[in-house]
Structure formats: structure tokens, C-alpha cells
Design a binder for this molecule. Structure first.
Ligand code: PLP
Length: 410
């Protein structure tokens, strides 16, 4: 069937009712907006359907022969989800984008689309632990070799390349140490070798970083985080050239990792306030990082906006802001760090980041609890490490609450 072959129809900066705009702020609200929605609704309706009817077999023939652009079946496309895809393409400066039911579904589809048995992939090793598990542990089952290199270390990446390397994958910034690799350098090493470069820019959002502008082939997001922004929905997005995105879309259409229409609507709604939210989160992240640096109970702060961060120079060059996530190491053991987390009153104890509610976690107890301590330490996950994700609450109140918790938990 013809299903799943259509692009998102991204109309880029021009898809804004004729007004030529290119700012992330305006594109997040209007990017790729069609002339009118059904019933003249201002907001895109949720098109809650699993399948689409053809009036006649002749109409079906026109569709399968590519003469009529429309939907066929819910696993291949949905108008609400397609608007989200087109808006994300506009925001990333991409030809096309495709949405998934989660960020991990998006990353998995990219790797399935680009890799074959016998291929090799390089992953920068400071990353979401499920991405590391997928690349370092699971891909081997399908005959794909992986090499992990230190986060941000482009020279190590270059040394790791082999004739059979097909993909280089990094987060930017990385989770949890917020390292930012030199993306133009990665692109200039990989492009002549026909190695596809993929950046998971979940921690940046297109407000802070647009990897395609730096020569990267595909950008991936967990839409669960900044894009949707309300800690109430899971989603994923991949954006890039029309040719690459259609390979990734084909994987989605076969594996069934489609984003639900209502979830797509929530992400689309979240996007409208993306720029406002991220600007506040950038301001709070920086204020919090500065307040923590030099605090007697803090050994080290990881935030690319600080001069002390190893990626400060490159992040300053590539990013418009440094985000709302701040990682820091307390001068404290496991139990004392648990007390600090418990004493934070504004932030809830939860995984995830990028939403309107501030969240705090002790990675050794939350995301990395299944690893033994030695293995955790090898990844830099100390007992005193804390990851704080600023929401959109008042900046001074967030900072004051964290400083108070540092005092009361000592
Ligand atoms: N990428 C990064 C950087 C993440 O931190 C996460 C989850 O925390 C994911 C991808 C996975 O996203 P999802 O939870 O939407 O599958």
C-alpha cells in the first residue's frame, strides 16, 4: 500500500499564513500552519480516528497512485500528528519530521533505519541510560558493533571510526553532565566518510540549539521533555532531510511506534509556549548553577553556562541558552543526598525534565539504581550527584528553596 510514504509537508518559515518569519518564538505558534482548520477552529482539532474512509474505489486508486494526498490508516499518519511533524520540521529548519510514541521509539527507529548487520556505530557515552543500553547491549544481538567514546571528545570519536561505521550518535547537551560536543567538527569528520550523524537534542530544544544548522544529519527529541513541556505526555520526534526522514518513517510504519493523536495534540499545544518556557528555564538554570557554584556543600556543578564547565566555550558558540537542567555533586554520601532531595520543597522527586514543574533526582537512586556502585562510579554517577530540572516557577523561589534544602539537610 502507499501508506507511510508521505512527508510531513513542512512548509518551513513560509507556512505562517504568508508572513515571512524565521524566529523560533513565532514558528512554535504558527509554523507550517495550514490555511484553515476544520470548522474554522483556531486550534488544530484532535482527529481521533484509527482509519480513513474512501468514498469510492476510484478515490482509493487515485490515492495509491499518488494522485491524491490524504490519509489512509492511523499507523501511517494522522492530520493532528502531521501538523506537529510539520511544525517541528519548521522549528528545526528541516525538510521533514516524523513523530513517535516516545523518545526511545524515535531513537530506536533511527538506528533501525540506518544500521544493518555488520555495521558499526559510535556513541558518546554520557547519555540517557536506555540509549546506552540499546546501542551497547541490544544492537549486538543484530550483528551491529558499537564503540562508546567519552562525552564531548570528538578526537576519540575520530579514532573510533572504522570503514564499516555508519552512524555517530551524541546527545547535546548530554544527560546528566550536560556536555556539548563540537557538532560542526563531528559533521566535517563524518560527512566525507558518508557516516550519518545523529544528535539527540532533547536537553536543548530547538530554542537553544538547532543541530541541522551545524551540519548534523538528523535531530532527535524526546518530546516528553521541553517540547510538550507539562510532564503529562510521552512522545518523540526525528527531523532532517526528506530522504532520511522517510527511511525513519518507514520503520515507524512497520513497527507501529506511532504517536497517538491526542498525545500529538498535547505536544502541539505544548509547543506554542515552548520559547517562553525555555527562556524562563534558561534563566533559572543559570541562576541556580551560579548560586550552587562555590557553595561549601557542593563539590562541583555541571552546567554549560558556567565557565568551569568543560563544554562552556563550544556551548556558548552553538547554543542560544543552556537549559533548565543543572547537575551537581554534593559533598555528601548516599543517605545525606537522599535527605537533601527530600528537603527540596518546590521540586518533586521524579525522573524526567523540561516540564513546567521543577523536578529533582539523585541518579544513583533513580535512573542508575540497577547498576552496582562500581559500575555507577565508572559512569561518573557518584552517591552525591543530583540532577535538578527547573520548571517555570519563580526563579528566585526555586534558588532559595534549593539553598534552604542544602542547609536543612546538612
Ligand atoms: N533522550 C534523552 C536525552 C532522555 O533524557 C530521554 C529520557 O529521559 C530519552 C531520550 C527518552 O525519551 P522518552 O522517555 O520520551 O522515551
Amino acid at each position: 500500500m502507499a501508506g507511510g510514504t508521505k512527508g510531513a509537508g513542512a512548509s518551513g518559515p513560509e507556512g505562517t499564513g504568508g508572513a515571512r518569519v524565521a524566529s523560533v518564538e513565532t514558528l512554535a505558534v504558527h509554523g507550517a500552519r495550514p490555511g484553515a482548520h476544520a470548522h474554522d477552529a483556531v486550534a488544530m482539532p484532535v482527529v481521533q480516528t484509527a482509519t480513513y474512509a474512501f468514498e469510492t474505489s476510484e478515490a482509493l486508486r487515485a490515492y495509491v497512485e499518488g494522485r491524491h494526498d490524504r490519509e489512509e490508516y492511523g499507523r501511517y499518519g494522522n492530520p493532528t500528528v502531521r501538523l506537529l511533524e510539520a511544525r517541528m520540521a519548521a522549528l528545526e529548519g528541516a525538510e521533514d519530521a516524523v513523530a513517535f510514541g516516545s523518545g526511545m521509539a524515535a531513537i530506536t527507529a533511527v538506528l533501525l533505519a540506518l544500521l544493518r548487520a555488520g555495521a558499526h556505530v559510535v556513541l558518546f557515552d554520557d547519555c540517557y541510560r536506555r540509549t546506552r543500553q540499546l546501542v551497547a547491549e541490544w544492537l549486538g544481538r543484530f550483528g551491529v558493533q558499537a564503540t562508546l567514546v567519552p562525552g564531548g571528545d570528538v578526537a576519540a570519536m575520530e579514532r573510533a571510526l572504522r570503514p564499516e561505521t555508519r552512524v555517530v550518535l551524541t546527545e547535546a547537551p548530554t544527560n546528566p553532565f550536560l556536555l556539548v560536543a563540537d557538532l560542526p567538527a563531528i559533521a566535517s569528520v563524518c560527512r566525507p566518510r558518508r557516516i550519518r550523524t545523529v544528535v539527540d537534542a532533547t536537553l536543548a530544544s530547538p530554542v537553544n540549539l538547532r543541530p541541522l544548522e551545524h551540519g548534523i544529519d538528523l535531530v532527535v527529541h524526546s518530546a516528553t521533555k521541553y517540547l510538550a513541556g507539562h510532564n503529562d505526555v510521552l512522545g518523540g520526534v526525528v527531523a532532517g532531510s526528506g530522504a532520511l526522514v522517510s527511511l525513519v518513517r518507514e520503520v515507524r510504519d512497520v513497527t507501529g511506534a506511532m504517536l497517538d493523536p491526542h498525545a500529538g495534540w498535547l505536544v502541539l499545544r505544548g509547543l506554542k509556549t515552548l520559547a517562553l518556557r525555555v527562556q524562563r528555564q534558561n534563566a533559572t538554570g543559570l541562576a541556580l548553577a551560579r548560586a550552587l557554584e562555590g557553595h561549601p556543600r557542593v563539590v562541583r556543578v555541571w552546567y554549560p553556562g558556567l565557565q568551569s564547565h568543560p563544554s562552556h566555550a563550544i556551548a556558548t558558540r552553538l547554543m542560544r541558552g543552556f537549559g533548565g537542567v543543572v547537575s551537581f555533586e554534593l559533598r555528601a554520601g548516599f543517605e545525606e543526598t537522599m535527605r537533601f532531595v527530600d528537603d527540596c520543597r518546590l521540586a518533586r522527586i521524579a525522573p524526567s525534565f523540561g516540564g513546567v514543574e521543577s523536578l529533582v533526582e539523585q541518579p544513583a537512586l533513580m535512573s542508575y539504581h540497577s547498576l552496582d556502585r562500581e559500575e555507577r562510579l565508572r559512569l561518573g554517577i557518584t552517591d552525591g550527584l543530583v540532577r535538578f530540572s527547573a520548571g517555570i516557577e519563580d526563579t528566585q523561589e526555586i534558588v532559595a528553596d534549593v539553598l534552604r534544602a542544602l542547609q536543612t539537610s546538612a
